[in-house]
Design a protein around this ligand. Structure first.
Ligand code: PMP
Ligand code: GLU
Length: 382
């Protein structure tokens, strides 16, 4: 008999549906792919060049388990430059993808049975990761009318016996982000109740308004594990590179989890990532400009189509609401119209009757896709 724990974990619907869309495309079917949670821009040339140089320069062996010092220093420098925040390089661990950083953090923080609060709708992997680490998930409500902001009263009700809160902003799938006042309230509640916060800020550079990092709250630094990575900011999803920032004790313990599972992040990718941080600010700005244009476009069109939605504050996702089940709608869309989307139900309570549309396709395709969605909705309501 296999592990009950693993058998109960669902597959990642985001990865499954994205893979299905890519397979249909390979078969020559013209799929409009609103499903993929990855940028559609080619990784900057500076990074590719450095990959080749790093291999030539023998960065082909195991790296130190916490990651190369030069990269950790470059990340610390970036936090100074962007947010005016001091991070010591010993407070950083480099991981193969942000997902692994989340896993290592959760594994390090939890004892069996510890309660983890997750505001929903939320990204599909948090609950499975907590369960793999023997934690118990309790969802916290968000308020859709307020852009899916965390419901502070619900948080207050549930926080007392919790170990960890997983916060993700800008949020996948809702595009929600936070002002300083709301973050302050969350921090105060967590400090009062001795609760850790995992702050997944992987979309911090894909924003339509100023991002406030949780690290800004100095007094809470020992309770925060910040997650970030290169997948979204530099269009490097396939390179698998992420990192965590936390106090040194937590990072050193996470390094043990890393050593015994994946050893380290890929050596030459780490070296190339230094070029991303130091030479590719123009690329981050260019992508942000494009996403902003696409976001303006899609939200305008959704308004014209009378489809209820919240205008995202960041990320490349929109999360419109329909009066039909998201699974049913997504299935009909892919089967009949070859439009790939992720059903809102996959993101937990609050996601019912929504679809996540990723705007990582050109505006012409967005337009074409929306017309097909309109057609599909008409067909389903008749
Ligand atoms: N967090 C969020 C909110 C995400 O959307 C993703 C998507 N991949 C990740 C973490 C993991 O990113 P990666 O492992 O590619 O660095
Ligand atoms: N995070 C992206 C998404 O939500 C990529 C797939 C995944 O890792 O879940 O689609």
């Amino acid at each position: 008999m296999l592990s009950d724990k693993v058998l109960k974990i669902p597959k990642s619907s985001t990865l499954q549906i994205t893979a299905k869309a890519k397979t249909l495309k390979q078969k020559g079917i013209d799929v409009i792919n609103f499903a993929a949670g990855e940028p559609d821009f080619k990784t900057p040339k500076e990074v590719i060049t450095e990959i080749n140089n790093a291999i030539e320069n023998n960065y082909i062996y195991y790296a130190p388990s916490k990651g190369y010092l030069e990269l950790r220093k470059a990340i610390a420098e970036k936090y100074r430059e962007l947010y005016n925040i001091n991070v010591d390089h010993e407070e950083i661990i480099i991981t193969p993808g942000a997902k692994q950083a989340i896993f290592e953090a959760v594994a390090t923080l939890l004892n069996p049975g510890d309660k983890v609060l997750i505001p929903t709708p939320c990204w599909v992997s948090y609950e499975p990761i907590v369960k793999l680490c023997d934690g118990v998930v309790e969802f916290v409500k968000t308020i859709e009318e307020e852009g899916f902001k965390i419901d502070i009263e619900d948080l207050e009700r549930k926080i007392a016996d919790s170990k960890l809160l997983i916060l993700n902003y800008p949020n996948n799938p809702t595009g929600c982000s936070y002002d300083e006042k709301t973050l302050r309230k969350v921090i105060d509640l967590c400090l009062e109740n001795d609760v850790y916060i995992l702050s997944d800020e992987i979309y911090d550079r894909i924003t339509f308004e100023k991002h406030i990092t949780l690290l800004k709250f100095k007094e809470a630094r020992d309770k925060i594990v910040l997650i970030n990575g290169f997948s979204k900011t530099y269009s490097m999803t396939g390179f698998r590179l992420g990192y965590a920032i936390a106090n040194r004790k937590i990072i050193d313990e996470m390094a043990k989890v890393q050593e015994h599972t994946v050893s380290c992040a890929v050596s030459f990718v780490q070296i190339a990532a230094i070029a991303a941080l130091k030479k590719c600010e123009y690329f981050v700005r260019m992508m942000n400009y494009e996403y902003r244009k696409r976001m303006e476009y899609i939200t305008k069109r959704l308004n014209e189509m009378n489809i209820s939605h919240i205008k995202p504050k960041g990320t490349f996702y929109v999360f419109p609401k329909f009066n039909v089940n998201g699974f049913k709608l997504a299935e009909r869309l892919i089967e009949k119209y070859h439009v790939a989307t992720i059903p809102g139900e996959a993101f937990g309570p609050g996601g019912e009757n929504h679809l996540r549309l990723s705007i990582t396709i050109p505006i012409e395709k967005i337009e074409e896709g929306l017309e097909l969605i309109e057609k599909c909705l008409k067909e389903m309501s008749s």
